[in-house]
Design a protein around this ligand. Structure first.
Ligand SMILES: Cc1cc2nc3c(=O)[nH]c(=O)nc-3n(C[C@H](O)[C@H](O)[C@H](O)COP(=O)(O)OP(=O)(O)OC[C@H]3O[C@@H](n4cnc5c(N)ncnc54)[C@H](O)[C@@H]3O)c2cc1C
Length: 378
């Protein structure tokens, strides 16, 4: 199975989604049927490395395909695209690290089991963020208690679990004790009730103004069964790869939204282009310039990863695009006028959707700390 083949199928699916855009914009929930379509198109294989029959080769060779898959989907439905992005974004640990030295047998066993679950049609997501952590994994407070059989029981508060209810497995972080560094854990949430009866309570149902239909709910886990990542070496070695892939896919959602917003505005405004007032002409031209800049930054970051320039260009691109997209869509609303506020039009929803990129890990305060430090190192 080739990524191009999957992208072709996603293009057709996304066109169908886009045709129902006005109804989709009112959605608060995910439709499992959408995810069945994506699975039939072979998208779940984006969570597997090629040696397991999947689409992933390595970061430089795969980044463009992965960004294209998510951007294609986002042209149809940004919420579905964001949730879909989480699947490879968390499976990357098992995709990237094919062999380890610290726990070779346990790693192969876990890698095979994870691949088997993906091949079985299961979606993966993450509920790593903790309230008050500002998206910083190092501030994880959740605890994972080891059991005699080597499995764990996880206790803690987690939020923003995009795709909750749609996913079968959620990746998260916890510490074995308050003095230990956080590690990755897998939660098997297939059929798990959310009333606390088996240790998982939904504390806040997702009510975001943007990315409205992502089911990014908050949960309290109380001694909920969890499996630890089998290799700390894999976790450490994959960190920068995971960051580049995640940033790349998240920004792809935003780039698609900006392109769709400008394209729709062009259709609406074209007929009165000649009679636009000076202010509208200047603001519109700025919008188009901002979209152009966003597209250049997007392409530049992908090329930098392909040229093996590390994860930093993607981190920088994510921040630049987050800020530019927000400005561009606010500006666009001034040119489109009052219609941009209508619920029946997608502009207001899109303005909120692109704001999500500034919150997605690393959220802006954390991202700026990292970029500030890097600016004196490089
Ligand atoms: C659309 C979207 C999708 C995301 N998807 C994921 C994901 O799949 N997995 C993941 O691990 N992280 C996800 N994140 C979280 C993201 O990566 C950051 O960790 C998070 O946004 C950081 O939040 P913060 O800076 O506000 O800091 P925080 O320290 O998290 O502070 C947020 C504060 O807001 C409060 N709060 C949060 N939600 C609500 C609510 N609904 N109602 C009332 N109060 C609330 C919290 O209790 C906390 O006090 C997502 C974020 C967004 C916006």
């Amino acid at each position: 199975l080739k990524a191009n083949h999957v992208i072709d199928q996603l293009t057709v699916i996304a066109e169908g989604f886009a045709a129902a855009r006005s109804e989709r914009h009112t959605r608060r929930y995910l439709d499992p049927e959408d995810f069945n379509l994506l699975a039939e198109a072979g998208y779940l294989n984006a969570g597997l490395a090629d040696d397991c029959g999947g689409l992933w080769r390595n970061l430089p060779e795969s980044i463009r395909d992965y960004c294209r898959m998510i951007k294609t989907l986002a042209h149809g439905d940004p919420s579905v695209a964001l949730v879909s992005a989480m699947h490879p974004a968390v499976l990357i640990y098992w995709m990237h690290c094919r062999e380890v030295e610290d726990a070779p047998d346990a790693w192969q066993q876990q890698r095979n089991a994870v691949a088997e679950h993906v091949r079985g049609g299961n979606w993966w997501g993450t509920v790593t963020s903790e309230p008050g952590s500002g998206g910083d994994i190092m501030k994880t407070k959740s605890l994972a208690e080891i059991q005699p059989d080597g499995e764990y029981l996880l206790t803690g508060d987690k939020h923003f679990g995009s795709g909750s209810g749609q996913t079968s497995f959620m990746m998260t972080t916890a510490k074995a004790s308050q003095d230990d560094p956080p590690a990755i854990y897998i939660l098997d949430v297939r059929g798990a009730p959310i009333d606390g009866s088996t240790g998982c309570t939904m504390t806040t149902e997702w009510d975001g103004m943007g990315m409205t239909a992502t089911q990014s709910h908050a949960f309290h886990f109380e001694k909920f069964p969890a499996s630890r990542i089998a290799s700390m070496e894999a976790m450490i070695k994959t960190g920068s790869i995971a960051s580049a892939l995640g940033n790349g896919m998240f920004m792809s959602v935003t780039v698609a939204i900006v392109e769709d917003a400008i394209s729709m505005a062009k259709d609406k405004l074209g007929a009165r282009a000649d009679s636009m007032r000076s202010f509208e002409k200047v603001e519109w031209t700025r919008c188009v310039n901002e979209m152009w800049t966003i597209q250049q930054v997007y392409q530049g970051a992908i090329s930098a990863v392909e040229n093996q320039e590390g994860a930093l260009p993607m981190a920088r691109a994510k921040v630049v695009i987050a800020e530019l997209a927000e400005t561009c869509l606010s500006r666009l609303s001034r040119v489109v006028g009052g219609a941009s506020y209508a619920r029946g039009m997608p502009f207001a929803q899109w303005s909120q959707d692109v704001r999500a990129l500034g919150f997605l890990r690393p959220p802006l305060p954390l991202a700026y700390d990292q970029l500030f430090d890097a600016s004196f190192r490089n």
